[in-house]
Design a protein around this ligand. Structure first.
Ligand code: SOE
Length: 387
């Protein structure tokens, strides 16, 4: 007999769909004691919320998130609404003792993220931030390689997150779907939206980023605002590059833009260590490239046999893959959310909370804020990250 986990979902955009799909599928593939129940979807537009509820099977609709949080039949609040709503909703949900799953980035600023972290910790409620890429099986495999000592002493970390969907000057800012271009709603541009993913992955694999030196650019200075109907200055960073010093002594480069013609969701990283390297590209997500120089505790691999190994991450021995199909059958973007949710629920059941929780995502926020600060001061900035 499974126990119900009653979900109240806020927001019906791209992430509302990705998360709803995870709630529907998770207990069909993962042996969990809890089964999510789609109790309510909440959004201001009743007509659209009704249509969403019907499509995904939500039992009810709310148009005011405060009402949703007050409901005694809701166990878990999922914040899938734009970034400028996260703080208020999370504080109220924590006060009401609800579990919280929050879309990334956790907040608009470190100050907000600190308040949110304090609130969930004081309330003692399970919480997680949807940094879904940790749950790409190939990225989880890279983490196992680091933990097994296959990389050895780390020297370099190199990350890129490139897209191309805002190049046209007539793409408006603001409103549904395009709030990511409105600084008052998003908080920042590619730094919070894309680099937050890269930073989360980097610190998971390679530890704390201690200092950064950054440059940002806004290529299109004014865009029509969909809500005011006026041309307004663009306040977000269209592109951001930064250098990083990690606490473990390695150094890194990070680059992100929405102006890389031809790049759609080009999220890549490479980690080079004394004993091995790993490379990953989200546009080719089934593979982890691995160069083995020395196996942990073993001798050097004979020189004439060394070379990059392309691991097709679909074997039952690979992270999460025993829950999916047979070897060689791939999984995709939506599975990363299902895997993340499975970890979250398993965390509730075992009492070993999964990561990244709010406190961990607060560290990513610290790096984002330091990056944006450094772009302004043109100085190296310390992040204050504590992992
Ligand atoms: C932006 O285009 C975006 O949708 C991000 O908001 C997501 O977090 C990323 O995974 C895909 O790109």
């Amino acid at each position: 007999m499974t126990k119900p986990l009653n979900v109240g979902m806020i927001g019906y955009g791209f992430m509302g769909r990705a998360h709803s799909n995870a709630y529907l599928k998770v207990s069909r593939f993962f042996p969990l004691a809890h089964q999510p129940v789609l109790k309510a979807i909440c959004a201001r537009n009743k007509e659209k919320a009704d249509a969403f509820a019907q499509n995904w099977g939500y039992e009810s609709v709310e148009t005011d998130w405060r009402k949703l949080i007050e409901r005694s039949d809701i166990d878990l609040i999922d914040i899938g609404s734009p970034n400028n709503t996260h703080l208020e909703i999370a504080l109220a949900a924590a006060k009401a003792g609800k579990m919280i799953l929050c879309e990334k980035p956790l907040a608009m600023t470190v100050a907000e993220a600190e308040q949110m972290t304090e609130a969930v910790e004081k309330a003692g409620i399970p919480n997680m931030v949807w940094f879904n890429y940790r749950r790409v099986p190939a990225i989880s495999l890279a983490k196992s390689f680091v933990d097994e000592g296959r990389i050895g002493r780390a020297f370099h970390y190199r990350a890129c997150y490139l897209q191309d969907w805002t190049i046209a000057e007539d793409v408006p800012q603001g409103g549904a779907a395009l709030w990511r271009l409105d600084v008052d709603v998003a908080g920042s541009g590619v730094t919070g939206d894309l680099l937050a993913h890269s930073i989360d992955t980097a610190m998971w694999l390679n530890g704390a980023i201690a200092e950064v030196s950054a440059a940002t650019e806004t290529f299109v200075k004014e865009r029509l605002h969909q809500e005011t109907g006026k041309m307004q200055p663009v306040g977000i960073d269209d592109a951001c590059m930064f250098l990083a010093k990690f606490a473990n002594g390695s150094i890194g480069t990070f680059e992100s833009t929405r102006y890389a013609r031809g790049r759609k969701n080009f999220n890549t990283f490479e980690l080079n260590g004394a004993d091995g390297s790993v490379h990953f590209n989200l546009e080719d997500p089934q593979y982890l490239d691995y160069f083995e120089y020395r196996a942990p505790g073993g001798p050097k691999v004979p020189g004439h046999t060394t070379g990059w190994r392309r691991i097709h991450v679909t074997n039952a021995e690979h992270p999460y893959m025993d829950k999916w199909w047979v070897p060689g059958c791939t999984v995709g973007y939506e599975h990363t959310f299902i895997n993340a949710l499975a970890d979250f629920i398993a965390g509730i059941e075992t009492g070993k909370p999964t990561q990244p929780d709010f406190r961990n995502a607060l560290q990513t926020q610290r790096v984002c804020d330091a990056v944006l600060k450094s772009a302004k001061t043109r100085q190296w900035e310390k992040t204050g990250v504590t992992l």
